[in-house]
Design a protein around this ligand. Structure first.
Ligand code: TF8
Length: 337
């Protein structure tokens, strides 16, 4: 190469030949990137993956080919996390709640009634606190790229309307595989059943569980209205998704490739949040139309729930989470208007 260059320089061809190369001076190789996710292709998650696929193609001149795998076809969130750590899969998006087995600190986001609105969440996840937690994934073999919005979680079930906490008594409620969720819903009197999302629809259909909790966008896109009659707008937790890369794979990329991924990921975050928020505004009417009976919770009832959930909060603090929770609450106060 060196020799060739000097020959070219000598012959004066250098400018003509090297200039176009320099203009796209990017160290980008053709690569196939498998990107797994749990929801359907037509969900807000699926739309944002599609956006990311397109951004990557655009920004890399078609070299970085991302292939999206919907419906947990590469595995549940936890299975995919492990595939990323092992280097068998390149990328995924999933709940932060299922990362607690890898970085315990993520459980702080699962504590209920922390955020008042999406803007507070954006500021905290994109700010130093969210970034600090994401960085903790590095030593575990994962790269946390950006947070997407899953949304405020609401309750559904097939048994009865939930207008007060007592209505949850005895309801077998699927929760994510995460101790905070288990403690929280057992604290409300339900029987919390931890289960991966990919098993959830069948579990509700067969009556293994009576209910679940997820944002309205997911209740719509996963067609939970087919097996759930009652929806309670409880907004008990603001739930983020996190876009992850395999560190083993990522470390082998060039700086240019990493830059493209980081920029495409940031663009996908902005797209996803806007899209999810718009979609969620339509969901309630859609779900009503599908026959769901929907109710809100009064402020008084939400206040009672906050009280009932204190033991779960205290347990989190007592088990080493106190400083982290204080720090998070401090960050939220800073951005609260
Ligand atoms: C859940 C989450 C799901 C995610 C998704 C499959 O209930 O809310 O949105 O795990 O990535 O499991």
């Amino acid at each position: 190469m060196k020799l060739l260059r000097s020959v070219l320089l000598a012959t004066g061809l250098a400018a003509a030949i090297l200039a176009p190369v320099a203009a796209s001076a990017q160290d980008v190789k053709p690569r196939l990137i498998r990107f797994g996710y749990g929801l359907s292709e037509s969900s807000n998650q699926g739309r944002a993956v599609k956006f990311f696929v397109e951004e990557m193609a655009k920004r890399s001149g078609g070299k970085l080919k991302v292939k999206g795998f919907a419906d947990a076809s590469l595995g549940s969130d936890i299975q995919m996390q492990n595939a990323l750590i092992g280097g068998a899969q390149e990328m995924m998006v999933g709940s932060t709640a299922t990362l607690v087995g890898i970085v315990k600190d993520f459980a702080v986001f699962d504590l209920p009634f922390l955020f008042n609105n999406e803007q507070e969440a954006d500021a905290v996840f994109d700010g130093p606190f969210g970034q600090k937690l994401a960085a903790k994934l590095n030593e575990k073999g994962l790269v946390g790229l950006v947070y997407w919005e899953n949304g405020f979680r609401n309750l559904t079930n097939s048994k009865r309307p939930v207008t007060k906490v007592e209505d949850l008594k005895g309801i077998k409620l699927r929760v994510m595989q995460n101790p905070v969720y288990i403690d929280m819903f057992n604290g409300f009197g339900a029987n919390a059943v931890p289960l991966s999302f990919s098993e959830l629809f069948t579990a509700m259909e067969t009556g293994t569980v009576d209910g679940q909790e997820n944002p309205v966008t997911t209740i719509q896109s996963s067609k939970f209205y087919e097996v759930q009659k009652y929806l309670t707008i409880s907004k008990h937790v603001y739930s983020p998704w996190i876009v992850l890369a395999s560190k083993r794979w990522y470390d082998g990329l060039s700086a240019d490739e990493r830059k493209i991924i980081a920029e495409a990921a940031a663009a996908s975050r902005d797209f996803e949040r806007k899209d999810s928020r718009e979609a969620s505004k339509q969901s309630i009417a859609y779900l009503k139309d599908k026959g769901m009976q929907i109710n809100e919770l009064s402020d008084a009832e939400l206040g009672r729930m906050r009280e009932m959930v204190k033991p779960a909060m205290d347990k989190f603090a007592a088990e080493g989470g106190a400083d982290l929770l204080n720090e998070l609450q401090g960050e939220i106060t800073k951005v609260r208007k």
